[in-house]
Design a protein around this ligand. Structure first.
Ligand SMILES: Cc1cc2nc3c(=O)[nH]c(=O)nc-3n(C[C@H](O)[C@H](O)[C@H](O)COP(=O)(O)OP(=O)(O)OC[C@H]3O[C@@H](n4cnc5c(N)ncnc54)[C@H](O)[C@@H]3O)c2cc1C
Length: 455
């Protein structure tokens, strides 16, 4: 079937190589990915998605699924593939009484937080506004509310899914419970989710938090103090230690811009005085270079890094899980953090304890309930001429952490890995996931992802 024939089946747009806009539509967020798909199909309804799935099966073309487009390995596109582009399916309906939100499969976290915070409610989501709800939730979902309310997938109540055989089902704890289990951590392996329903929680309009940049010599003390604190910290605290190059912002002294610093990124979703007390304890750990801390809208905190991260950068990331931050781990961070090559790069150590540890290890497909931190080494830079330097930095940093890391890495932060690594990334539930994959997608139609091979 040609692009023109496909157009007759779809209520949304179908963009092929001959169409104006193809060059923009073919690109995902990571511009290192340069694929030329057969067509990018802007689905508007579950029925549109079903038509593209049926066409991919009939034609034997590869099928890529794109929500927010943020997949660093570029899973939302491929050469000659049909792309199910969900970016027109962004409707969000909040039910403030029930504290739930129904969300289209292509919505972003910026849209989601705006819609729910209008009612003083939110669920755990990503820290950058343009990241998709879809990919993030299906791979787990880590953000400022993880310690208070669990992972994004822990807050999923139901999902409407277009399956590989073209049927449309709703998965909940009671209907298709195996599928519902697999969707909470198993990634995009099982079908296209056209609508998610989430549980929401009260969140203050203004949280207390922001950024504290410490002098480099304080790195070890900061990471050590954070590790002691976070083990049993109050759940209102949702921050993380990090490395960043100081960006050119008004609160950074001009002569320090571009230097690498250990940073404490904080979100305190409780009484502001208590939050201020907690952050003061960190200031006592070592000399502070600069800070921007105070009451800040929750929605603003969740777009704090957006100006550093426009679409079109080059991305190469690696992921690791950590337990306690031992001296060896801290030494590796101190050595490699300070070699960060570009102002867009980030190293974040997200705590995944608190409410995320309340969930039984086998209750969802997210297989890392024993980890204390999900670490991301995110190489992000504008100029392809700097690819080698940045990729080398990510790989060296990762290699230094690897001997001290838990098995696997968070699927949503991982690069395109070999199958043994993918298995480790999914963790303890991989074999059960492979069984469920066989039931719902035996021919592995949905394979452009961190792929679970059907058992
Ligand atoms: C700048 C940036 C910030 C990030 N911040 C965070 C963060 O704070 N927390 C965190 O946990 N992760 C974060 N991530 C990682 C993020 O979770 C993954 O990149 C995730 O894949 C993004 O989802 P997406 O929908 O935007 O991506 P896409 O590229 O659109 O999707 C990736 C894959 O997910 C699947 N998928 C997406 N939507 C659907 C759907 N509706 N139905 C079925 N399958 C679907 C498909 O397999 C698709 O190929 C961040 C990534 C970036 C680039």
């Amino acid at each position: 079937m040609s692009v023109i024939e496909l157009r007759e089946l779809i209520t949304g747009s179908v963009i092929g190589p001959a169409d104006p806009g193809y060059d923009d539509a073919r690109h995902v967020y990571n511009f290192m990915i340069d694929a030329r798909p057969h067509a990018i199909v802007g689905c508007r309804t579950a029925n549109d998605v079903r038509a593209v799935v049926a066409h991919a099966v009939a034609s034997g073309r590869e099928l890529a699924v794109r929500g927010g487009g943020h997949s660093v390995p570029g899973f939302g596109t491929a050469d000659d593939a049909l792309v199910v582009d969900l970016s027109d399916m962004t409707q969000i309906v909040v039910d403030p009484q029930r504290r739930t939100a129904r969300v289209g499969g292509g919505a972003t976290w910026g849209m989601m937080n705006d819609a729910t915070m209008a009612h003083g409610l939110a669920t755990t989501g990503g820290i950058v506004a343009s990241t998709g709800v879809g990919g993030l939730t299906l791979g787990g979902g880590i953000g400022y509310l993880t310690r208070a309310h669990g992972l994004s997938c822990d807050n999923l109540l139901s999902a409407e899914v277009v399956l590989a055989d073209g049927s449309i089902v709703v998965a909940t704890a009671d209907e298709h419970p195996d599928l519902f289990w697999a969707l909470r951590g198993g990634g995009g392996n099982f079908g296209v989710v056209t609508e998610f329903t989430f549980a929401l929680h009260p969140v203050p309009e203004n949280i207390y938090g922001g950024l504290i940049f410490f002098e480099r010599e304080a790195a070890g003390d900061l990471f050590r103090a954070f590790d002691r604190f976070i083990g049993d910290a109050p759940r209102e605290y949702g921050g993380y230690p990090a490395w960043h190059l100081a960006p050119p912002l008004p609160f950074i002294p001009a002569d320090r811009v571009g230097e690498p610093f250990p940073v404490l990124v904080s979100c305190w979703a409780g009484e502001h005085e208590r939050g201020a007390e907690i952050l003061q304890r960190f200031r006592d750990v070592g000399p502070v270079m600069a800070e921007h801390v105070g009451p800040i809208p929750y929605t603003a905190l969740n777009s704090l890094f957006d100006p550093l991260l426009p679409r079109g950068l080059q991305h190469y990331w690696k992921a690791a899980f950590a337990g306690d931050l031992t001296d060896d781990v801290i030494a590796a961070h101190a050595e490699h953090g300070r070699q960060m090559p570009a102002v867009n790069c980030a190293v974040h150590l997200y705590p995944v304890n608190g409410a995320a540890h309340d969930v039984a290890p086998d209750a969802t497909a997210w297989g890392h309930r024993d980890a204390k931190y999900a670490t991301v080494i995110a190489g992000m830079w504008p100029d392809p001429a700097d690819n080698d330097k940045n990729i080398r930095w990510v790989k060296d940093y990762y290699a230094a952490l690897a001997p001290h890391s838990l098995p696997g890495g968070y699927v949503n932060f991982a690069s395109a890995d070999d199958q043994a690594t993918v298995r480790a990334n999914f963790g303890a539930g991989y074999d059960r996931l492979a069984q469920i994959k066989r039931r719902y997608d035996p021919a592995n139609l949905f394979h452009l992802n961190q792929n679970i091979v059907p058992a």
